[in-house]
Design a protein around this ligand. Structure first.
Ligand SMILES: NC(=O)c1ccc[n+]([C@@H]2O[C@H](COP(=O)([O-])OP(=O)(O)OC[C@H]3O[C@@H](n4cnc5c(N)ncnc54)[C@H](O)[C@@H]3O)[C@@H](O)[C@H]2O)c1
Length: 355
């Protein structure tokens, strides 16, 4: 059955990489009907609309998934449109699980010595609707020497429990690329210093873990985890963490995969319309130059297709990206000489080839 996809390229390089993802999905023969949306800085500057009335309701009601590029434009210094669109989608559509696979397609992409492609195949499950990104707090006595700024860290029992449970379910029902089962869930926090929120995460982690006796558990403080990620990332399997730590460690993890241009993500909530986006932002300095790496967006499209039940098409796309990386048919950030459009075209043509 044809799946209905809302396409929101957004700003900057989002407008360049999403067309490449579309081209590749079509080459793979994915049964998708695509409806473009013009949400982003241009629309906001033209008519001050960030999200039209009923925008999120329409997305949730009429679409099976949403494919997003990126938001952020120097002409909107407050980044208000980006916050309303992106955080709005995550929070108002309650897409509480941000799933970010970390896979190394080729050893040449990893800046660490001695890491082979097979060594890196883990996933970060980031809480997506709470924490410090809810913008709760305020500023008192602004502009005076006594100024106080408060940023609240919101952690609800419901929010913590459902993301930890999501991580255990993910571990129980997903395999690594080599076919071996996933075995371990690691919770990352800073409960030694942030004792109130950390205490809740610690208690809930132990409770939920008890329901999954076959899954190993591990805990690391976020600072130690960052060090381990650059010292030796081979042991990671499934990592669950809060909104801010997840944001930070997945950029670090993207560095292990070849940079932000290679990383894919999904914003999910079981049974609801989910949203998929490359991990990178709108990268204003490189926008409009046909140099942005489209592979993060293309791999994100593959992730979306797999989520929608089109695993065959997803595998074809992933195999074509792998081939492009091996043959250096890539943009300059990962060692090739092609432009955004040309790298997308190469992957689309390779996806068409019979295997
Ligand atoms: N999900 C999102 O929409 C999202 C995420 C992060 C940042 N942003 C926004 O994007 C804007 C720029 O933010 P930033 O500079 O911190 O992050 P960014 O991801 O846009 O760029 C960071 C660096 O990575 C490089 N890079 C990123 N994607 C690349 C690609 N596909 N190919 C090659 N190089 C790539 C850029 O050149 C830059 O040096 C800001 O407005 C920010 O708020 C949006």
């Amino acid at each position: 059955m044809t799946k209905r996809i809302a396409l929101i390229p957004g700003d900057g390089i989002g407008k360049e990489v999403i067309p490449q993802a579309v081209k590749v999905m079509q080459a793979a023969g994915a049964a998708v009907e695509l409806t473009p949306f013009d949400w982003g800085a241009d629309r906001y500057l033209a008519d001050k609309v960030t999200v039209p009335p009923d925008g999120f309701t329409t997305l949730a009601r009429d679409f099976d998934a949403i494919l997003v590029g990126a938001f952020g434009d120097p002409r909107v210094p407050s980044n208000m449109h980006a916050k309303e669109i992106l955080l709005g989608m995550r929070c108002q559509m309650d897409l509480y699980a941000n799933v970010r696979p970390v896979r190394l397609l080729d050893a040449s992409l990893c800046p660490l010595k001695g890491i082979e492609a097979k060594d890196l195949d883990f996933v970060v499950i980031r809480e997506n609707t709470e924490g410090v990104y809810g913008d709760l707090g305020g500023v008192f006595k602004q502009g005076t020497p006594d100024e106080i700024a408060i940023q609240e860290d919101v952690n609800t029992r419901k929010g913590v429990e459902r993301i930890i449970r999501y991580a255990f379910e993910y571990c129980a029902s997903n395999r690594k690329l080599d076919g071996s089962p996933r075995r371990r869930v690691l919770m990352c926090d800073k409960s030694n210093a942030m004792t109130h929120a950390g205490g809740l995460w610690q208690r809930v982690f132990k409770e939920v873990a008890a329901e999954y006796p076959r899954i190993e558990t591990q805990h690391m403080y976020v600072d130690a985890l960052c060090m381990q990620m650059v010292r030796d990332p081979r042991g990671f399997d499934v990592i669950v963490t809060n909104n801010m730590f997840g944001d930070i460690i997945t950029d670090l993890a993207a560095g292990l995969q070849g940079g932000l241009g290679m990383a894919a993500s999904g914003n999910l909530s079981p049974g609801k319309t989910s949203m998929f986006e490359p991990v990178h932002g709108s990268a204003p300095p490189i926008a409009g130059k046909n140099i942005a790496n489209p592979f993060g967006a293309i791999l994100t499209a593959a992730m979306m297709l797999a989520h929608l039940g089109m695993s065959g098409e997803a595998q074809k796309i992933e195999a074509a990206v792998l081939e492009a990386v091996r043959q250096k048919k890539t943009t300059a950030d990962i060692g090739g000489t092609l432009g955004t459009r040309e790298a997308g075209e190469w992957v689309a043509q390779t996806t068409l080839r019979p295997r």
